[in-house]
Design a protein. Structure first.
Length: 342
């Protein structure tokens, strides 16, 4: 969580902390302006068409659109990363407003080792004492995997032949799944891939008939959800994603983490393709079509790319602390959490 905190602090302040061992990034060479001949011929230039490129896309299952996570009937306040296997404490009366899981909520069956089983129990107990380690209100992104299984509003998928874009507007996370046969980067630290962990990690995928198989590494350590279930930056995620109905997506996620877990943890989530706006953001989402409908629902996010204004900051022990109005006017809040390793 130290890396997560420092990285987010750099984003918030506009500064970046670079290690002295980090290799220098190559500068884009200056090639000058287009030649006079190219400019003078611009009105007559016939641009290449997308027909060949689009033909590759036509062979893929259609996953483009807005996807809302589905939960079993009777699930309590959430979201949680695995609602099917969640313990829900007594819930407030029906109709009473609430946001987030009730303190004391926890996920059952995560194969934590003894150290992290105790740690998770302690973290859950903290929530019943009015303490929270959720750094999202302090303007930290959800990141991967939290954006997949813990978003209270729909996420957006945009498909191309070579890369699939997943965007969580609410969770401030942008994920790219590369489908162009590239491998995970090996430069830098080979244990994390590339130059170090990032919020979205590094995802590569390929199609096995109608199933998209995605492999993700290099994620910043954090929490699966607000309960808060922890994972380390050694987390490895393999997904098998498929359409099981025209507007129903299944994502079977298998997690391994040598730091926190003793065995793979498998979570299967289902998502409904919806149209219109994200609920809780700019209006309610219209009803989805009935099961078995062959009509593909189309919907896209309206970007809410305004600056994030935190209403809490994280103290030296990793807990939320309210920000007073005069503090917001005085200076940007300190968000680094030196003692918050999961």
């Amino acid at each position: 969580m130290i890396i997560r905190s420092l990285f987010a602090l750099a984003v918030l302040t506009g500064s970046f902390l670079l290690s002295v061992e980090e290799p220098a990034r190559a500068q884009i060479p200056s090639t000058g302006l287009p030649s006079p001949e190219v400019i003078s011929n611009a009105d007559h230039f016939q641009p290449p068409k997308l027909s060949t490129y689009a033909a590759k896309l036509a062979e893929q299952p259609d996953m483009t659109g807005l996807w809302a996570a589905m939960s079993p009937k009777g699930a309590g306040h959430g979201p949680t990363f695995d609602p099917v296997h969640t313990f829900y404490p007594p819930q407030p009366p029906a109709g009473e407003a609430g946001f987030g899981p009730i303190p004391g909520t926890y996920i059952k069956g995560i194969p934590y080792n003894a150290e992290y089983q105790r740690k998770y129990q302690d973290l859950v107990k903290e929530t019943t004492e009015g303490k929270s380690r959720d750094d999202f209100p302090a303007c930290f992104p959800y990141g991967v995997p939290r954006m997949i299984g813990d978003s209270p509003v729909p996420i957006e998928i945009i498909q191309t032949p070579d890369v699939m874009l997943w965007y969580a507007n609410y969770g401030r996370t942008n994920r790219r799944i590369f489908l162009d046969a590239r491998q995970h980067p090996t430069e830098g630290d080979p244990t994390t891939g590339g130059l170090g962990p990032s919020y979205s990690g590094h995802s590569i995928g390929h199609w096995e008939h109608n199933v998209l198989v995605v492999d993700t590494i290099n994620m910043v350590g954090g929490y699966f959800d607000e309960t808060p279930a922890p994972y380390s930056d050694q987390l490895h995620l393999v997904e098998r994603i498929r359409l099981i109905d025209t507007n129903v997506l299944e994502d079977q996620m298998t997690f391994t983490d040598p730091v926190t877990m003793t065995a793979p943890w498998v979570v299967t989530r289902y998502f409904q393709r919806v149209a219109g706006r994200a609920p809780g953001m700019t209006g309610a989402t219209p009803p989805a079509p009935p099961p078995g409908s062959r009509n593909v629902v189309r919907g896209y996010l309206t970007l809410g790319d305004r600056p994030c204004v935190p209403n809490v900051k994280m103290d030296a022990n990793g807990f939320q602390v309210a920000i007073l109005p005069q503090e917001l006017d005085a200076e940007p809040p300190q968000t680094a959490k030196p003692n918050s390793n999961p």
